[in-house]
Ligand binder design. Structure first.
Ligand code: NCD
Length: 318
């Protein structure tokens, strides 16, 4: 693995499979009464969150603590960032405090790259979501969840499986990271969205696209629903919420057209009644809560693989 995890494209197939296998080991820990390993004792993980988050921040915190690392949580709200401090000065402060890994979520696409490659910090940088760009650990936890349901015990893993990613692809870092990682793992990905919510240049992603949810879902092994990210929209991308739900929402009637083994996923936070109905979210096909549990195991695997190979000087061991 590289020293930083900034993009799902940083991961080769071997890297991704190593994370999944390591996450499997970490996952078994969750069922034990004492959920802790000494692997990162004495290491410091800083969670640097410039954007709202529930699952991802708590998940990284739980992951680092279960590996016995010291965790410092930093939220931009309530810090000197609201007084105008720059990313650079925040980074220098973290460096001075001896961070070994910095987990960063930022509204600007590319902020984690800046942090990793500016020379401001010597620590490993993990992208926990940058603008509309990428969210690689979400893609890893989604791949892990898919693998547990569809690929485990088979020699080919997820090869040839079909996954539909549905909704606001344009504003979704989850969709981009998943499209990259799932293809690395041999999955056939179809993006389903209204034309206004597909990014320009999507042809270069190497995936199929469709505007017709009803035509796609009877063919797939998993449906991944995305939230409509109203906070990133500056105009009207569809006529009304009702119209959007009717064409691109997953409800009980549509769910009935899925093959028996097909699972329903969502990265959270869900807007029940918009992209997914409560009936679907709470159904036996839904693996949404499992995704959250798996998130901790996958982030433990990522932190472990990035940090355990490092010597005390912060250099990656040969
Ligand atoms: C997503 C995000 O923040 O990119 N959520 C998450 O991390 N689990 C998706 C979203 O906000 O809709």
């Amino acid at each position: 693995m590289k020293r930083h995890l900034l993009s799902a494209a940083d991961l080769t197939r071997d890297d991704a499979e190593l994370v999944l296998a390591t996450a499997q080991e970490m996952r078994s820990l969750a069922d034990r009464p004492i959920k802790k390993l000494p692997a990162l004792r004495g290491r410091t993980v800083v969670n640097l969150f410039f954007e709202d988050s529930t699952r991802t921040r708590i998940s990284f915190e739980a992951a680092a603590k279960r590996l016995s690392a010291d965790v410092i949580n930093f939220a931009a709200k309530g810090s000197s960032v609201s007084k105008g401090e720059s990313l650079k000065d925040t980074a220098l402060t973290l460096e001075a405090m001896g961070a070994d890994a910095v987990v960063v979520r930022h509204p600007a696409s590319g902020a984690p790259h800046r942090l990793a490659h500016s020379g401001w910090v010597r620590s490993s940088v993990v992208n926990a979501g940058d603008g509309t760009h990428e969210h690689p650990t979400q893609a890893l936890l989604d791949a892990f969840t898919l693998w547990q349901h569809l690929g485990q015990g088979t020699r080919s893993g997820l090869d040839g499986r079909r996954v539909a990613i549905v909704g606001d692809v344009l504003h979704s870092r989850v969709a981009r990271s998943n499209a990259l990682l799932l293809q690395t793992l041999g999955v056939q990905v179809t993006l389903v969205a209204p034309p206004t919510l597909l990014p320009v240049g999507v042809e270069s992603w190497g995936v199929e696209t469709s505007f017709d949810l009803d035509a796609v879902i009877p063919q797939v092994d998993a449906v991944m629903m995305l939230r409509v990210q109203a906070e990133r929209m500056n105009g009207g991308f569809f006529p009304t919420a009702r119209e959007y739900s009717r064409r691109y929402g997953l409800d009980g009637r549509r769910m009935a057209t899925l093959p028996d083994h097909t699972i329903v996923m969502h990265p959270g936070p869900m807007v029940r009644g918009m992209e997914i109905t409560a009936e679907v979210a709470d159904s036996t096909r839904s693996v949404i809560v499992e995704q959250v549990t798996n998130g901790v195991a996958v982030r433990m695997a990522v932190l472990y693989l990035l940090l355990s190979g490092m010597d005390v000087e912060g250099e990656t061991a040969p």
